[in-house]
Design a protein around this ligand. Structure first.
Ligand code: C5P
Length: 309
């Protein structure tokens, strides 16, 4: 075991996200798509706990209702995060860690759960190993691991350009109440982007700034205004791959949601409610409609990955 100067155990909580707007441009030669998105971090969390382990070993355990869907070998982004962090800022021959993930963010659900775990692991390990690394350097490292990792570190509300990793914070007033419909199936992000390409052979380049109406809605704190500007260019592709999602969306609208939007590449659907009590009513009605695996009530915005005492 390699015990550094840091603590024996470090715990970090990392939030999932939804995209309030997601505009997608033409596929780039590197396979990524230029985006213009506004992320909001919401109150569904994965907890990441790290402890020292033998050098160069990174055993991962995952718990939670969908744990069986998460790889615990080198395919898990947290292992790559640990290796990269040790190489870039530590002495890789001396560093190892056990990484325990307690998952509540839906797996492959369009809420950047894997990126949240990656962000959580980067932050937790930087403390465990007592590394000299700044938040900006962690975000840069995170961006090399996945396009959504920098936002998972930052949290709150932010405009994302480039691959979604060039971030500018956005002012947001108040708290928004969402009801999430979690699907009983997964959608692969590359598959949804691939279908987007087929359905949109020549999409325009995404805007370089967030839409003014969205900024105004967020600054006002009025959910009705926000409900008018939610948009996701990937929604058509997600629905094309999983037509049953249309029933979920219709059920939420019928149950009184102000608006709905597929989160990222889906299949999670986020319904915006007018108030906390409206969200409670909406989640009850949606649960009874039998159109998804489970219903979860969340609020946003919330902070990004942060240390738990
Ligand atoms: O960066 P990350 O590994 O999370 O992205 C997963 C996949 O999603 C990419 O391999 C790519 O197929 C797609 N993607 C994209 N354009 C983006 C972000 C992700 O095409 N801006």
């Amino acid at each position: 075991m390699t015990e550094g100067r840091g603590p024996a155990t470090v715990r970090v909580r990392a939030a999932g996200k939804i995209n309030l707007t997601l505009r997608v441009g033409p596929r780039r030669p590197d396979g990524y798509h230029p985006l213009a998105t506004v992320f909001q971090a919401v109150s569904v969390y994965d907890d990441i706990e790290v402890r020292h382990a033998a050098p160069r070993t990174f055993p991962v355990t995952v718990s939670g209702p969908q744990a069986h869907l998460v790889p615990t070998d080198g395919r898990n982004l947290v292992v790559r995060a640990a290796e990269l962090l040790a190489e870039a800022y530590g002495d890789p021959g001396r560093l190892g860690a056990r990484i325990a993930i307690r998952k509540a963010i839906p797996v492959t659900g369009g809420m950047a759960g894997g990126s949240a775990d990656c962000a959580g692991a980067l932050l937790a390990l930087s403390v465990l190993w007592d590394l000299d690394v700044t938040p900006a350097e962690l975000a840069d490292l995170g961006g090399r691991l996945g396009a959504d990792v920098p936002f998972a570190l930052m949290g709150q509300t932010a405009f994302g350009a480039g691959r979604g990793d060039e971030l500018v914070p956005v002012l947001s007033r108040g708290t928004y109440h969402w009801v999430l419909a979690l699907a009983d199936f997964e959608l692969s992000t590359p598959a949804v982007f691939g279908r987007f390409d087929q359905l949109n052979p020549h999409p325009p380049l995404p805007p370089v700034q967030p839409p003014a109406e969205l900024l105004e809605a967020l600054a006002s704190g009025d959910p009705v205004r926000l409900s008018r500007v939610l948009v996701n260019d990937l929604q058509e592709a997600a629905l094309d791959l999983r037509p049953g999602l249309a029933r979920t969306i219709a059920a939420g609208r019928d149950a009184g949601a102000l608006a709905s939007v597929v989160s990222g590449s889906g299949p999670t659907v986020a319904f915006l409610a007018a108030s906390e009590s409206a969200a409670i009513d909406l989640s009850t009605a949606l649960s009874g409609a039998g159109v998804c695996r489970t219903v979860k009530r969340v609020t946003g915005p919330v902070p990004g990955a942060r240390l738990l005492s």
